[in-house]
Design a protein around this ligand. Structure first.
Ligand code: COA
Length: 329
């Protein structure tokens, strides 16, 4: 494959209606404060899905926005790749539910389980499918309803996560625009630092499992933090090397939005000043697979990404999974 092969032709995002501030946790009996959450994470708000809102509904809304921006109809989609750790159903995939909602009858559709790296993995899988020759137009979505899979009594996790969906349409590259370099890694030996211990096929849900909350996300925060900084820093170097670019060639860094301190440490390592880093973790919390495509859509609509912009993406998530990508718009 000769790069750039695939380009990002349109973006969109959607969130549930309800926005929840840090102050609201105390009313739910959680021993925390706005000050603690802002100091340790940079988060001020997150969106929380309510009745009738599903992963399929917000993904479909984000997809329609991205397709309109790209000038692509549902009938033109060859594939739908959806990164998520919180699918509407364990069977079938949310991607096929989005396919049905869009009426994208020709599209092959499947989910990718790579947690916070879901969109980044999805974009690289889409590029590979396109390079294999059968696909011209691929919808890549990152979407989560994490508030449905967290333990609302666990202050270590409940304050961090939020709901949302981001979508991108990938098309064949023109005029030298598109993915110039890409990097993906995984390390399953550290899986239990951030996981849902029970409730899957290995240990199906029982009333006891539900009562103790072991079917919900559990995290060793400090260990995850250290691994995230180390892996994202390395991934930035790899993507820049692959693109044969220096940090000063990057117009914007769009990192996974988990924690402002992780973002700042990554930017510092990559030698990219914070003015060139897109940050919206304050307004969304950690939306896992959705965080990068939501940030990208905001950056495009704010004019921070335009024709000719060179953008470095970097992600890290449960698994562990991580990776990076340099894209010329
Ligand atoms: C979770 C995280 C914010 C905690 O910050 P930290 O500076 O590492 O804090 P510590 O782990 O040292 O915990 C400090 C104390 O705060 C407490 N604490 C945890 N959550 C709290 C909350 N919501 N409110 C108040 N106190 C809290 C802890 O219980 C701990 O108390 P202790 O010292 O009495 O045991 C941080 O570790 C983090 O961001 N980790 C990565 C999380 C992440 O991004 N995950 C997804 C990756 S994709």
């Amino acid at each position: 494959m000769k790069r750039p092969f695939a380009m990002i032709a349109g973006t969109g995002h959607a969130v549930p209606k309800r926005r929840m501030s840090n102050d609201e946790f105390q009313a739910l009996g959680i021993d925390t404060s706005d000050e603690w959450i802002r100091d340790r994470t940079g988060i001020r708000y997150r969106y929380v899905a309510g009745e009738g809102e599903t992963l399929t509904s917000i993904s479909t809304e984000a997809a329609r926005m991205a397709m309109q921006a790209a000038g692509v109809t549902a009938a033109e989609l060859d594939a739908i790749v959806l990164g998520t750790a919180s699918p509407d159903h364990l069977l079938p995939s949310t991607a096929v539910e989005v396919q049905a909602a869009l009426g994208a009858t020709r599209a092959v559709a499947f989910d990718i389980a790579a947690a916070c790296s879901g969109w980044l993995y999805g974009a690289q899988v889409a590029e590979g499918l396109m390079a294999a020759g059968h696909y011209e137009t691929v919808l890549v979505i990152g979407a989560e309803l994490l508030t449905r899979i967290i333990n609302w009594k666990d202050r270590n996790t409940v304050v961090l996560f939020g709901d949302g969906a981001g979508a991108t349409v990938l098309k064949r590259s023109t005029r030298g625009r598109g993915i110039i370099s890409a990097y993906m890694r995984s390390d399953g030996t550290l899986a239990t630092l951030l996981h849902r211990p029970k409730g899957g096929a290995a240990c199906p849900s029982t009333p006891e499992i539900i009562a103790e909350g072991s079917d919900k996300i559990q995290m060793a925060g400090r260990e995850v933090f250290k691994n995230a900084v180390r892996s994202m820093a390395d991934a930035c170097d790899r993507a820049l090397d692959g693109a044969k670019l220096a940090a000063s060639d990057i117009d914007l860094l769009i990192p996974h939005q988990a924690n402002i301190r992780i973002i700042e440490a990554t930017a510092k390592h990559a030698n990219i000043p914070m003015e060139k880093v897109f940050v919206n973790v304050d307004r969304y919390g950690n939306t896992s697979a959705a965080s990068i495509p939501i940030a990208l859509d905001e950056a495009v609509r704010e004019g921070r990404v335009h024709d000719g912009s060179v953008v470095l993406f970097v992600a890290f998530g449960a698994g562990f999974t991580w990776g990076s990508m340099v894209v010329r718009f």
